[in-house]
Design a protein around this ligand. Structure first.
Ligand code: PRP
Ligand code: URA
Length: 209
């Protein structure tokens, strides 16, 4: 597959948690916990992209060099992206959080936006857009366009499961955006679901199956 800017987490803990998450017998509470854990791993890996600002601090013994982060913003694509927010905030508790509400039209698979509330300081932030599923890539592309309209320049997309179709679309429409995923799956089925995937992420997180 000819893709750029795609980073797959290569770690045994991640592989095991993705397997547990996919399993249709996974309870709702476990699904939430696994989605949170995987989001922490994704943030850990993707935090390489955060600019560090040097400053001086005092330990109880002496002065030394410390680093702090540039402003960080998480943007959750509703609904399912909410399942990644608690893990993300566990890593960076003082990040700003934006929300973009979006669902796929079941016939056309085109994204329909119904809500958007983003923080003001997007131009100076590194912006992590969170959605567990990158399927056709329509929702991610549209959400990232909104984030760019608000001035964001440094954007990273974090997902649990990515399909090749979505990666290609995101690469084409937003070649500047890096994608981090916990799993790269095979392909989409005729209904636009990822195979093997995990089903409908929003339904599994919110127990609306
Ligand atoms: C899911 C998922 C993504 C989108 C991915 O949301 O959370 O936002 O589908 O598909 P795409 O890459 O083909 O656009 P869904 O539309 O099911 O809405 P929900 O989060 O409210 O369940
Ligand atoms: N959205 C989901 O929640 N799951 C898929 O497999 C594809 C889109």
């Amino acid at each position: 597959m000819n893709v750029t800017n795609f980073y797959l987490l290569d770690n045994n803990l991640v592989k095991n948690k993705v397997s547990l998450l996919r399993d249709k017998s996974c309870s709702c509470s476990n699904f939430r916990k696994l989605a949170k854990d995987l989001s922490i791993f994704l943030c850990y890996e993707a935090s390489k992209n955060i600019k560090l600002i040097n400053y001086k601090l005092e330990t109880p013994i002496e002065e030394t060099d410390g680093v702090r982060f540039q402003p960080v913003t998480f943007v959750s694509i509703l609904r399912a992206g909410l399942g990644m927010i608690s893990g993300a905030l566990e890593c960076i508790p003082d990040a700003s959080v934006g929300h973009i509400g979006m669902f796929r039209n079941e016939e056309t698979l085109e994204p329909v936006r119904y809500y958007c509330k983003l923080p003001k300081n997007m131009h100076e932030s590194v912006v992590f857009v969170l959605d567990p599923m990158l399927a056709t890539g329509g929702s991610a592309c549209d959400a990232i366009s909104e984030v760019k309209k608000e001035g964001a320049k440094n954007i990273i997309f974090l997902c649990l499961i990515a399909a090749p179709e979505g990666i290609k679309k995101l690469n084409k429409n937003h070649p500047d955006v890096k994608i981090y995923a916990a799993s790269l799956d095979r392909e989409l089925n005729s209904n636009g679901y990822i195979m093997p995937g995990l089903g409908d992420a929003g339904d599994r997180i919110f127990n609306t199956v």
